[in-house]
Design a binder for this molecule. Structure first.
Ligand code: GAR
Length: 203
């Protein structure tokens, strides 16, 4: 089983969903530890209840040392609100150079990168919002996309409504996508784009 270190900052609903998915075999990987950028992060209680090792406000060097010592294969960001350095990202690549850090972003990237993506979509008046799971590259919210899922928001009246529709989509798509990615069920494609970007297609 691949071993995953999850990093979180906020409410922790994605972390709890990943723990559940791992327990039920929807996510065929071991959640091995949690790192949090704030001690009062909502994910901490769930990690303690599961007896998981906890990294409190770790530096990037702390995380890399832990990952090496504990044989962590993948780092998963679950609402981790820190920008990662190129050095950190480059330290976590496989032998083909593919980033081993996975992120969830609450929009249909490349639309609405950055903070408050549900709010951005709501205020822009778009018909559909969505969720993107992608690999982390130094360009923020710009790494290879693993999967996306959209949902209608044109009848919604508040950002809270958009978010409460989006969160269950996040929890479901994140577990399923991490599952196939960490278990190597994909092919790499180079579509010869001018930027020479690599695409990751589910096998
Ligand atoms: C989620 O909506 C996640 O997609 C978002 O933060 C929230 C964390 O919620 N992530 C980003 O915006 C990353 N740029 P959670 O703490 O309940 O999982």
């Amino acid at each position: 089983m691949k071993r995953i270190l999850v990093l979180a900052s906020g409410r922790g609903s994605n972390f709890r969903a990943l723990l559940e998915a791992s327990r039920h075999g929807v996510l065929r990987a071991e959640i091995a530890a949690l790192g949090v950028s704030k001690r009062d992060c909502g994910a901490v209680g769930a990690a303690e209840a599961a007896n998981l090792p906890l990294l409190l406000e770790p530096s990037e060097a702390d995380i890399l040392a832990f990952a090496k010592a504990q044989k962590i294969h993948f780092v998963v960001l679950a609402g981790y609100m820190k920008i990662l350095s190129k050095h950190f990202i480059d330290a976590l690549r496989d032998d083909k150079g593919l980033s081993q850090i996975i992120n969830i972003h609450p929009s249909l990237l490349p639309a609405f990168p950055g903070l408050d993506a549900y709010g951005q979509a709501f205020r822009a008046g778009v018909r559909e919002a969505g969720v993107t799971i992608h690999l982390v590259e130094p360009e923020v919210d710009g790494g290879p996309i693993l999967d996306q899922k959209s949902f209608r928001i044109d009848r919604m009246r508040t950002v809270e409504e958009v978010e409460s529709r989006g969160l269950p989509v996040e929890h479901d798509l994140y577990s399923k996508t991490i599952d196939w990615f960490v278990n190597g069920e994909y092919q790499l494609q180079n579509r010869g784009s001018p930027e020479g970007k690599v695409y990751v297609a589910r096998a």
